[in-house]
Design a protein around this ligand. Structure first.
Ligand SMILES: Cc1ncc(COP(=O)(O)O)c(C=O)c1O
Length: 392
């Protein structure tokens, strides 16, 4: 029987149908995340294959489950942390201080003092106020200047909030740092999470080159280029296309192998490691002309839980059923609701599923990114427990 406290081992393939056969459906009144930790190693291999020059610093915010962070630390990734608690977690899970970048450009002073205590040397900045704060609380920091270069199309744009203007502000930030005797060692950008405008990476890398030159001109030893996140979670073909663009840009603008190229992928590593399994506990047929046109299912997780990713991360989720494989099964337009007493709690209204019953399970693949850390137990419906698996 599967155990929640342990890592469950599987041979060759993690078969969810087998899982469903063995699991006690009665106990499934709460949703369950199936986390395949082996996916992380596969994604890391894919990363190294396509972008060997770029070292990934996993963005902890994306999924801060300790087992995920530990697995990635064991694999050898670095970590992008945004707060004191993320730094603490990464260190506890085995990351070294040198493998952490404090990549939140707007940091509370107490978090900065914690970074100093733990010797997290590299911090991202994009305003003069942050530079003054660092001069006061942690002047030994190595600064990475984040500029704005936004994708024309991204699932979650970040540019309204972060990134200095590369032309108007980046040089003066470096000069200010210089006047305060601070060290600037790199340049960063984030084109937006879920980037769908791949040439944005090329545009940003070419701008970064100019900022590198300026930093060197005023006497800084510029050694880090941080190309941020934005990589797809479950589509490795898209990732390969982005990698081709990034590699060509690096070859053109940063041929010097001494420049350390890093990145901050979140979604890329964890999205496909999770499948969320939910149970239908109520059903309603919406009839017109005495015919059941639309099936509505009420399941045990919703937009206040794992499916917060629909509201905050603009994810599109896919529902899969567990009935025996049969192409001839008639499919019906289906609306799936979350469990709360709130009509905003709608998961999808354009699924096509066979006729399911109360007690049947529905699986949602690719649910590992921007789900777990944000879910709340609103209305008394608990967030999913996680069952961890790994290939033997
Ligand atoms: C500073 C920073 N780095 C990295 C990430 C991770 O981005 P992604 O999940 O698109 O790779 C984010 C996401 O918001 C971010 O804000």
């Amino acid at each position: 029987m599967y155990k929640f406290e342990e890592i469950n081992l599987y041979q060759e393939k993690l078969d969810l149908k087998e899982f469903v056969k063995e699991v006690n459906i009665e106990e499934m009144d709460e949703p369950v995340n199936i986390c395949d930790l082996s996916v992380l190693a596969k994604k890391y291999t894919t990363w190294l294959r396509f972008m060997p020059r770029v070292k990934p610093y996993y963005a902890v915010k994306c999924n801060d489950d300790g087992r995920i962070v530990k697995e990635l630390a064991n694999l050898g990734t670095g970590f992008d942390c945004a707060s004191k608690n993320e730094i603490k977690l990464a260190l506890e899970m085995g990351a070294s201080p040198e493998s952490i970048i404090f990549a939140n450009p707007c940091k509370p002073a107490s978090h900065l003092r914690y970074a100093k205590e733990k010797r997290i040397m590299t911090s991202t900045v994009d305003t003069e106020y942050e530079i003054y704060k660092i001069a006061k609380h942690y002047p030994e920091s190595n600064l990475v200047i984040r500029f704005l270069c936004e994708a024309k199309d991204a699932q979650c744009p970040l540019g309204d909030k972060f990134g200095c203007n590369a032309e108007a502000d980046a040089a003066s930030l470096m000069l200010l740092a210089k006047s305060l005797s601070l060290s600037v060692t790199g340049i960063s950008f984030h084109v937006g999470s879920g980037c769908n405008d791949f040439p944005a990476y090329n545009r940003a890398i070419s701008i970064a080159k100019n900022l590198f030159k300026f930093g060197e001109m005023i006497g800084y030893n510029m050694k880090i280029l941080d190309i941020g996140g934005g990589f797809p979670g479950a589509d490795d073909d898209k990732f390969a296309t982005i990698a081709e663009i990034v590699n060509a840009s690096l070859e053109k603008y940063f041929p010097d192998e001494n420049v350390e190229i890093i990145s901050e992928p979140g979604r890329f590593f964890v999205a496909s490691a999770y499948t969320l399994v939910c149970k239908i506990h109520a059903k309603r047929d919406v009839r017109s002309e005495k015919k059941a046109d639309l099936r509505m299912y009420y399941i045990n997780d919703g937009v206040y839980g794992s499916f917060n990713c629909i509201l905050y991360d603009h994810q599109k989720v896919t529902a899969e059923h567990f009935l025996e494989e049969n192409d001839n099964l008639q499919k019906f337009k289906t609306l799936i609701w979350g469990p709360s007493c709130d009509a905003l709690d709608k998961i999808t209204d354009d699924a096509y599923l066979p006729n399911l019953s109360c007690g049947d399970l529905i699986a949602f693949p690719n649910m590992g990114a921007y789900t777990v850390p944000i879910a709340s137990p609103f209305n008394g419906f608990l967030v999913p427990k996680t069952l961890y698996f790994k290939a033997n």
